[in-house]
Design a protein around this ligand. Sequence first.
Ligand SMILES: CC(C)(COP(=O)(O)OP(=O)(O)OC[C@H]1O[C@@H](n2cnc3c(N)ncnc32)[C@H](O)[C@@H]1OP(=O)(O)O)[C@@H](O)C(=O)NCCC(=O)NCCS
Length: 159
Amino acid sequence: MEGPRIAARQAAVKDAEALAAVHAACFSAPWDAELLKIFLEARDSLCVLSTEGETVTGFLLTRIAADEAEILTLAVAPETRRQGIARTLLEAAVDGLKQRGAKHLFLEVDEKNVAALGLYRGLGAKPVGRRPAYYADGGDAAILRLTLDERLAEDGPTR
Ligand SMILES: CC(C)(COP(=O)(O)OP(=O)(O)OC[C@H]1O[C@@H](n2cnc3c(N)ncnc32)[C@H](O)[C@@H]1OP(=O)(O)O)[C@@H](O)C(=O)NCCC(=O)NCCS
């Protein structure tokens, strides 16, 4: 059964504090508002956020170079997880990235991050490499690639 529609929109510089709060709730080395502002002001980045009422529940920050894009960070507030927010953010970002000419989206993910791997694979991302000992705890990163021409939808490639 379909849940309520999740509101997603492009993030602006004025959202930096709210994004920093979500990031801090998700990562042990959070990015502060000043750093996020730099990304939000950059011409080569695209950031979408989700809201529930006035509250920001998650965001996805990407960067574009020619026809390739990469995910810089993705965070969904712990209390709002598993409602389809990350999937909605990715779908919204993909629309924007395609409009800006991107054909592939690359992402690095901790091989132990079951949630993120499930999300990306569910949307059709394929493994294309790995970075050994990439994380502070010595863990490896998987590099995945999502081809943006393929349909990204609830009944998409591997779902
Ligand atoms: C990864 C993260 C962004 C997922 O956000 P989310 O809004 O809960 O994800 P969604 O509800 O959109 O889930 C979409 C799909 O991802 C997969 N998934 C999400 N969370 C999962 C979990 N805990 N375990 C297994 N699969 C999971 C499922 O396939 C899910 O589809 P389903 O609910 O229909 O089964 C969130 O857990 C998070 O912010 N984690 C901490 C930060 C992080 O790891 N960011 C990614 C770095 S690469």
